[in-house]
Design a protein around this ligand. Structure first.
Ligand code: PLP
Length: 399
């Protein structure tokens, strides 16, 4: 039987200090010791069950990490203050000065900017490739390559990475396959498909309430311990620690992720089919004409669907902006970046979340001006939403 991530989360049981149905929140940055020797041992990481200082670890962060490791089928996980706070230490832990990495060219703009503009300061080079072309990925590998990085479903173009094939390539050349699974929680379990490290921005679907930023790194216990090492661990030393109150609230929201993902996917599939019927240029991995549809289907845990993200191309930035403003006015969603909220969110990535990518490179990768990225919400009657969206499109002259 295929790995079932939400069953694994459900099987974990935690109680609060006084028998509460939710674990107690550790509202402390530092912890006392009865013996100085135990304090020393804890600092060295040799006193199981003891806490020293909340940047190192806290009970709340460990509970959330454990649940996310169960979800991603990895031995361990560590939570971080944001998605970027997860991506950056992983790369810095895996690559030394002089090393090289390969990344999909269609990734979140912040990740792209980190690789393109920041890593060269540390003499770490990145080759950006079309991740759907395996021969291009293989050709970019050099003796200095350490990492292949991709998003399972890419932001914003929704390209699908063939994770089993990339994992095979990574194994062949002894590289680490690092996968950002932010757009496809539950639907895809990268570790089960051969990935070494799985990352999420918890800010998105996993938390689902657009009230906090957060991130997680899921991997082997050995790697997670390396990240947390007091002497040379990138998570420990760069310090992007999640606050315990936030971990506690994200853990509560994680309990409903399977229901939410199911609904996000169902609503997105409905709209994608309807948009396509209207003749709009629609991209959604659930559509049979999506180039990555087959591979997504082979990789997916069926019951959670193809996810909540879709794009349409309305031809020009002006039309995209007018449509988004009108849809917001009609209360069909918010003109906002980010994703995974109960309400539909839409933005034009070329001028927002991918604006770090230079215009000529945007054009080369097919990121056109008129592209609108939708994170489809949990609307109870998506047919009613569709009719209203259609009216907006007619009013703007797109239909
Ligand atoms: N990865 C993906 C795919 C994203 O879309 C984002 C943010 O939009 C991030 C990572 C960064 O996450 P955060 O904003 O939580 O730092």
């Amino acid at each position: 039987m295929k790995y079932n991530p939400s069953d694994k989360i459900q099987d974990l049981q935690y109680f609060g200090e006084f028998g509460g149905v939710n674990p107690s929140i550790s509202d402390s940055s530092t912890y006392t010791f009865l013996s100085a020797k135990t304090m020393f041992d804890t600092f060295e990481g040799n006193a199981e069950g003891c806490y020293l200082y909340s940047r190192h670890s806290s009970p709340s962060n460990l509970y959330l990490g454990e649940a996310l490791a169960a979800m991603e089928a990895t031995e361990a996980a560590t939570v971080t203050a944001s998605g970027m706070g997860a991506i950056t230490p992983v790369i810095l832990q895996l690559c030394d000065a002089g090393d090289h990495m390969i990344s999909s060219r269609t990734i979140y703009g912040g990740t792209y900017a980190f690789m393109k503009n920041f890593l060269p300061k540390l003499n770490i080079a990145t080759s950006f490739v079309n991740i759907t072309k395996l021969e291009e990925v293989e050709a970019a590998i050099t003796p200095k390559t350490k990492v292949i990085f991709c998003e399972t479903v890419s932001n914003p173009l929704l390209e699908i990475a063939n994770l089993p094939a990339l994992a095979k390539l990574a194994k062949k050349y002894n590289l680490q396959l690092v996968v950002d699974n932010t757009f496809s929680p539950l639907s895809i379990t990268p570790k089960e498909l051969g990935a070494d490290i799985t990352i999420h921005s918890l800010t998105k679907f996993i938390n689902g309430s657009s009230d906090t930023v957060g991130g997680v790194i899921c991997g082997s216990l050995e790697f997670i311990n390396q990240l947390r090492n007091v002497n040379d661990g990138a998570c420990m030393l760069l310090g992007a620690t999640m606050d315990s109150f936030r971990s506690a609230s994200i853990l509560k929201n994680l309990r409903t992720l399977h229901i939410r993902m199911h609904k996000h996917s169902e609503n997105a599939m409905y709209l994608a089919e309807k948009f396509q019927e209207l003749g709009l240029k629609t991209v959604y991995p659930g559509l049979e004409n999506h180039p990555g549809h087959k591979i997504f289907k082979q990789m997916m845990n069926d019951e959670y669907g193809f996810g909540g993200m879709l794009t349409i191309d309305v031809g020009s930035l002006e039309k995209a902006n007018t449509l988004m403003e009108l849809m917001q006015e009609k209360n069909l969603g918010y003109l906002a970046v980010s994703l995974g909220f109960y309400k539909t969110l839409f933005s034009a990535p070329g001028t927002s979340t991918s604006s770090e990518i230079p215009e000529e490179e945007q054009a080369e990768m097919g990121l056109s001006e008129g592209l609108i990225r939708f994170s489809i919400g949990l609307d109870n009657h998506i047919d009613r939403t569709f009719e209203r969206m259609k009216e907006c499109m007619q009013e703007v002259g797109i239909l």
